[in-house]
Design a protein around this ligand. Structure first.
Ligand code: ZN
Length: 306
């Protein structure tokens, strides 16, 4: 009989409790409809009281009003199918779900963010400005090239020897031992540090490129990497636009660690090629509606030093 014991109804809405793994708050079961509204840092949820949950539901309803007025201007898909973040440039909002079925964050709630390649910094943004770090991935990739060449040569020799051992009328494909080359890095790690009652930090990641075991090619790896790094740059620029509009941009000196303030970095003036590149990037953000014409003009003047 124990299996079919009637559970007491949801203390929030009186609804039926699911028989399958219902969510518990302060030792009490709540229904799936109420628990589907939960979107907060796991540690905060773990310490949530029933009173705290009622307060959260009031916050949730207010937040849904923000979702209703959300005008998507720019979204970034990383991973295979899922959009990880969508922006509303006009209202300075963002959401970690394209369906807008998760918390809507205000740009003003963003304290700072970092984008790393494994543990190595690539971008850091705050009210002090956007700091760009030189990636070590291309360099590490190039240092793998001799190893890849040696392994490929050894494999060709093994294949040739197998062909010599075989009968002439044996047309089965030769066995190709896989080449297992370690990738220069595993993933981009994004951390958004928030001033928010239910989120201290939002974390997400995107896998870096993977070598083909059959034919690991540093050039195609580099192309794919540059595409991924470009997406991370778009993310950094979009976060700056909603979080810290008007903040400047600085390049980190090689070897500068992430903890150092942006003020210690080199103010950007020189490097006209880089300025031209950046203007094109901001132009694409303008075209995508992430930034306004005014913001674009301001950025262009700043980049050109005029
Ligand atoms: Zn309920």
């Amino acid at each position: 009989m124990g299996l079919f014991t009637k559970k007491t109804p949801c203390p929030i809405c009186g609804g039926k409790i699911s028989w399958f793994l219902p969510t518990k708050i302060e030792g009490e079961y709540i229904c799936d409809k109420c628990s589907s509204k939960l979107d907060m840092e796991q540690e905060i949820q773990d310490g949530l009281t029933m009173q705290g949950f009622r307060e959260y539901l009031a916050f949730y309803e207010q937040n849904r009003a923000l979702a209703a007025g959300f005008i998507p201007s720019h979204k970034l898909d990383f991973g295979f199918l899922d959009t990880k973040v969508v922006f509303d440039a006009a209202n300075r909002l963002f959401c970690m779900s394209a369906k807008l079925d998760k918390t809507i964050f205000e740009g003003a709630q963003l304290k700072s963010f970092t984008i790393k390649e494994d543990a190595a910094p690539l971008f850091a943004g705050s009210a002090d400005g956007l700091v760009r770090y030189a990636s070590t991935v291309p360099e590490r990739l190039m240092s793998l090239a001799p190893q890849i060449q040696m392994m490929a040569a050894a494999r060709r020799t093994a294949e040739a020897m197998e062909r010599m051992r075989r009968d002439e009328d044996d047309h089965r494909p030769a066995y190709r031992p896989p080449m297992d080359i370690p990738e220069p890095f595993k993933q981009f790690n994004v951390e958004l540090w928030m001033d928010h009652p239910y989120w201290n930090v939002i974390r997400c990641d995107m896998s870096g490129p993977i070598f083909s075991n059959d034919y690991p090619d540093p050039d195609s790896y580099l192309r794919e990497y540059q595409e991924n790094a470009g997406e991370m740059e778009q993310l950094a620029l979009a976060l700056m636009a909603v979080g810290f509009p008007g903040a400047g941009e600085v390049y980190a000196e090689p070897g500068m660690s992430m903890g150092m303030s942006a003020g210690a970095a080199i103010p950007r003036t020189a490097a006209p090629d880089r300025a031209a590149d950046d203007i094109l990037k901001y132009k694409s953000l303008l075209d995508a509606g992430v930034i306004t014409q005014e913001e674009f003009d301001q950025k262009k003047k700043q980049l050109l030093g005029i």
